[in-house]
Design a protein around this ligand. Structure first.
Ligand code: SF4
Ligand code: SF4
Length: 191
């Protein structure tokens, strides 16, 4: 009985986002950048190389449901951990495996394989109380300051458009919608 429960507990999450869709998302976002120059030169690539008071174990990047399907677990540039969604602050609908990764040689990584979260930063999705989806600057409590956010540097329209398009698609997946909705409600409750 216990064995069966453990097997169910550790199942991958059921997502509607297929591997080929994740590949297409990566390809689309490969074509755009937040700005036309290497913004890492403004901050020593702070979002890749941060350090500080945060617990190292809490600072991995989680992959969105199904994103792991297009990654190679044996690739030498990433460290992987597989956790249970129930052990973290994910929505109740998230049940099963969540994949966390840490790059080993930041800020260097195979650009075409960097995780989704790295591709869309410094924007993050938000759903208003009226159910309207929008992109806002990432407002997570992070151990570094992003000059693009702090100085309100204007972002490339192509980057904003591509990120918006991708999020509109991802929000059709119930698990991803639940996560964005939960984050949005938490954000509203802090205002
Ligand atoms: S996104 Fe922000 S924190 Fe990251 S490298 Fe660019 S300016 Fe720095
Ligand atoms: S995967 Fe690449 S872009 Fe993402 S944090 Fe690591 S070095 Fe930076």
């Amino acid at each position: 009985m216990v064995e069966k429960a453990e097997i169910l507990y550790n199942k991958p999450m059921k997502t509607t986002i297929k591997a080929k869709t994740w590949k297409a998302i990566y390809r689309l976002l490969d074509k755009v950048s937040p700005v036309d120059y290497d913004c890492g030169s403004l901050c020593n690539a702070a979002c890749c190389t941060y350090s500080g008071d945060f617990d190292e174990d809490e600072m991995g990047i989680y992959l969105y449901p199904g994103e792991e399907k297009i990654h190679d677990f044996s690739a030498d540039w990433l460290d992987w951990t597989v956790e249970s969604a129930e052990d973290f602050e994910f929505p109740d609908s998230w049940s099963g495996k969540v994949y966390f990764v840490k790059c080993k040689t930041p800020p260097l990584c195979p650009r075409e394989m960097r995780p989704f979260q790295c591709r869309t930063y410094p924007l993050t999705p938000h759903i208003t109380e009226d159910g309207v989806f929008m992109l806002i600057y990432n407002d997570e409590n992070l151990p570094y300051k992003c000059p693009l956010i702090e100085n309100k540097i204007s972002l490339n329209e192509s980057f904003v458009k591509a990120t918006y398009t991708v999020w509109c698609h991802l929000l059709r997946d119930p698990l991803i919608y639940d996560l964005v909705e939960m984050d949005s409600l938490n954000r509203q409750s802090r205002l």
